[in-house]
Design a protein around this ligand. Structure first.
Ligand code: ADP
Length: 552
């Protein structure tokens, strides 16, 4: 028994935790060796003393005396304290206590166990400091992210507005040059005629760029609308190859297709899918040497996914650039200077094509990536563009009106020609538009087949419509004073014009603008810049539908 007690006493004495026993008056009754080290004072110095001057509360809110008194009274079991021993650095300790009830041999006492927490607290402090720094960095990141989003939105809005603004003057350039090309070839000197043709081609190119910018902003703002239908993917691909024949023949580049006859129908937007293939094929042509080949293959993966590969043996794409080329406005620098013995490849695009392709593919629930061994001097490693697309993508028509509009656009040309209405009297068109140039072009294109009336404001348009009861009204949405939408609503309430076909005539192609036109009672929409042929076709179609009673 005595041996056991001795062992216990030694254990307490040498345990690596500071143990201090206080009497009820706060004076030290016992300290073990570790406590001697913690207080940096010998047992002899500490015994019978009060240690209040060496210990303080970690938070500094209470005194050590208050702490041990509360512990003695059973009100507090644990506290964090700082021990400041003479001639030694302070240590931060967690102190736990328990009361020892006295008997005839010894008085009531308070046992205190001091655990050195300096290291832990230092680490916690560091973690807290780091957390604080991270929180600061995080809030800076959130701020710069918000700023980036704001700038990016501003850029998209700017591009969208600038592109719309460009469309109006483009209407004049394209319209007038169309008229000259169609009607004045014999009257013009050959060189002037060629210049006009060049202006016309430049206007077409600029129109494409403007449309591409609008597409990029639609994709960035998640506003790309799809009009899906069941498609024969094989036919879509072959049509796109045929469309590029003039370029592939000139460069002696052959397309080889491996597309099974028995592919299931694909549910997607025809016009957008044509855009995807035309972009990929024209890039393959653009970045390949004369006389090379382009391969197109389509296969079914797991029966519900198409895997499309467009492979060329052109200049290839550097591995580090393969992700970047799908960002808008990104062009690989080396492309501009690359040349071979056959021909030189001047990239010189806008860097928009692939970002649009990616946006369209992803909008159909698909994925696109590129594989290439990279660019090597004087060799043609080629590039392979891969697309996977669900056969039945979960996409919907965005609304019935645009569907109607779209189906209208898809009617074959022969349908229009066969069904041109035979009229004894020239129909009258009333243009209500303040854009004089556009009206002038329309007049020149249409005046042989129609009587033309023009009003430059909503108010005068209303008067003329009621007075002349035209066969069709074409009006612009942006009119000074009474705007196009309000005017259209008024026309629909008037006896004289209730059933007159009305089409909007505007540079806006945003879906909400189109919807607004239909909502205000219009029957159709003509987008500027238009070609003369487009305008004639559209107007005939509107009149024909009217005749067949489709608007009622
Ligand atoms: P661009 O109008 O410049 O062709 P794209 O977005 O279509 O714009 O392509 C971005 C860039 O990707 C191109 O400038 C070109 O550097 C590279 N690229 C695209 N397709 C190919 C290809 N088939 N072979 C080599 N480089 C290509």
């Amino acid at each position: 028994m005595y041996q056991d007690l001795l062992l216990l006493a030694r254990t307490i004495e040498y345990t690596p935790i500071g143990i201090v026993v206080l009497r009820t008056d706060g004076k030290v009754h016992y300290v073990n060796r570790f406590a001697e080290q913690m207080f940096n004072q010998s047992r002899e110095t500490l015994l019978g003393k009060i240690i209040d001057h060496s210990v303080s509360d970690y938070t500094g809110k209470v005194t050590w005396e208050e702490i041990w008194t509360a512990m003695l009274q059973g009100e507090l079991a644990e506290a964090s304290v700082v021990i400041e021993p003479p001639g030694k650095d302070a240590t931060v300790c967690k102190v736990q206590s328990f009361f020892i009830k006295g008997n005839e041999n010894y008085q009531d006492s308070l046992a205190l166990i001091f655990r050195d927490m300096t290291q832990d607290i230092r680490i916690t402090d560091q973690i807290e400091k780091k957390n604080l720094e991270m929180a600061k960095m995080n809030s800076e990141l959130i701020r710069s992210n918000a700023e980036w989003k704001r700038v990016s939105e501003m850029k998209s809005n700017f591009l969208s507005i600038a592109s719309h603004e460009l469309k109006t003057p483009l209407t004049s350039i394209k319209g007038y040059s169309d008229i000259i090309i169609d009607n004045m070839k014999d009257k013009l000197d050959g060189s002037i005629y060629r210049m006009i043709e060049s202006i016309n081609r430049a206007a077409d190119r600029l129109h494409k760029v403007v449309n591409n910018i609008l597409d990029v902003t639609r994709i960035e703002q998640k506003r790309l609308r799809l009009k899906p239908e069941l498609l024969d993917l094989r036919a879509v691909i072959y049509d796109c190859i045929d469309e590029l024949a003039q370029f592939s023949l000139k460069r002696n580049i052959t397309f080889t297709c491996n597309i099974p006859d028995s592919l299931p129908s694909f549910y997607g937007d025809k016009m957008r899918m044509q855009q995807v293939f035309t972009n990929l094929f024209s890039n393959a042509l653009k970045y390949s040497p004369d006389g090379s080949s382009v391969w197109v293959s389509v296969s079914l993966e797991e029966s519900d996914k198409f895997h499309i590969i467009v492979k060329d043996n052109g200049i290839g794409i550097d591995k580090t650039e393969q992700k970047n080329i799908f960002y808008p406005f990104y062009e690989v620098g080396s492309v501009n200077s690359h040349s071979t013995s056959y021909s030189s490849f001047m990239g010189g695009g806008t860097g928009l094509g692939l970002s649009i392709v990616k946006g369209i593919v992803e909008r159909h629930g698909g994925r696109i990536w590129v594989a290439s061994d990279g660019v090597k001097e004087n060799t043609f490693p080629g590039s392979e563009f891969h697309i996977t697309m669900p056969v039945q993508a979960e996409i919907h028509w965005d609304d019935d009106e645009t569907r109607a509009l779209y189906i209208d656009r898809m009617e074959p040309q022969s349908y229009i020609e066969e069904n041109l209405p035979h009229v004894d009297e020239k129909p009258t068109i009333l243009f209500i538009d303040s854009d004089r140039e556009a009206v002038e072009i329309a007049r020149m294109v249409l005046e042989s087949a129609f009587d033309i009336l023009v009003a430059e404001s909503g108010e005068s348009g209303l008067t003329m419509a009621l007075q002349h009861k035209p066969s069709i009204i074409l009006l612009d949405s942006y009119l000074p004073g009474l705007d196009g939408y309000r005017l259209c609503r008024i026309l629909r309430t008037q006896e004289e014009t209730r059933d007159t076909p009305i089409a909007f005539f505007s540079a806006g192609t945003q879906n909400d603008e189109i919807q607004k036109c239909f909502a205000s009672g219009a029957d159709d929409f003509v987008v500027k810049p238009f070609s003369g042929r487009e305008l004639v076709d559209k107007i005939w179609r509107i009149l024909m539908k009217k005749k067949e009673g489709q608007f009622n």
